[in-house]
Design a protein around this ligand. Sequence first.
Ligand SMILES: *Cc1c(COP(=O)(O)O)cnc(C)c1O
Length: 361
Amino acid sequence: MTRPITAKIFPCAVEHNLNILKAKANPAKIFAVLKANAYGHDIKNIYPGLNNADGIAVLDLEEAILVRQLGWKKIILLLEGFFSFNDLHIVNEYNLTACIHSEYQIAWLDEWNNKFNSYGKKFDVFLKCNTGMNRLGLDINSYATVYSNLKNKNWIGKITHMTHYAKADEKHGIDFQLQKFNELVHNLPEEKSTSNSAAILWHKETHFDWVRAGISLYGASPSGIYKDIQDSGLKPAMCLHSKIIAVQNVKCNTAIGYGERFTTSKDMRIGIAACGYADGYPRNAPDGTPVMVENVRSRIIGRVSMDMITLDLDNIPQANIGSDVELWGENLQIDEVAQNCGTIGYELMCAVAPRVKKEIF
Ligand SMILES: *Cc1c(COP(=O)(O)O)cnc(C)c1O
């Protein structure tokens, strides 16, 4: 038997979530954000659920090429644009739409077009403005100048104005940035795009022409708190399962695992599941982190090892060798596990290791 850990992937859940988000954002068009290999789900696995997306957004050029090879004909947005002059050959060949977040990228485009574009090809771009995230984006004070210079390039196609929010998961978290964005672009005729998942779900006024759905597409909460999306109808697209591979009956006052982090306070039955930090399960998961065993809630006891975790089977007598263990997914929200570990669902999904087999449903 192969090692029993598996990530079950549900492209139908992605399709279902996409339709919910699309309806919320209607009439805006929607990008399915597939960066980090579709937040750890594998682009090719969830691709069948994306028919109703209007565009796909990725980070790496390799991801963009894969999406074209899978047959995607509509827009592909490169969320950080291109990283080198030579990337522009690929942007051109695969007809990709780049974010422009810095002026050096425009200089490269200019140079590339002078050298290679003798046939009048036009490049569509998303022009990104830094309204307060202070990560990527043109300075507010130079945005208008950069924009009008860009408009005069003979190689420029469609421009879309774009920004990104730092705290769209908070009640008034977008106000300041949205106001700046509006001041800057409300008179400009082009399309606009500002919303990530949190803004799609909680700030209607940010939707404009294009929204960009990442985490919500995969059924986890943008705030990291499950109850914030509980009523939205979103479904998890990944279910991480393993099995019990050993059972121990230990006496009271026995230490378990590395560092003896957990010591029993009674005689206990414990199970060892094939899942460790080398699978992407967080090593800092504390005692008490929830796990489902045979669909009954249990908890982690003792430190997470590279390849194993130890579970409390005291109240689950039916659990035995071969019993199903759900680390997160349908019956245990990834947000709840993440919260226990001091992180968010995004990180857990993206961290699922390549050695974990994926099964598509
Ligand atoms: C990742 C990303 C998104 C999607 O964010 P979620 O919170 O996962 O919905 C949207 N826009 C940009 C620019 C991004 O980098």
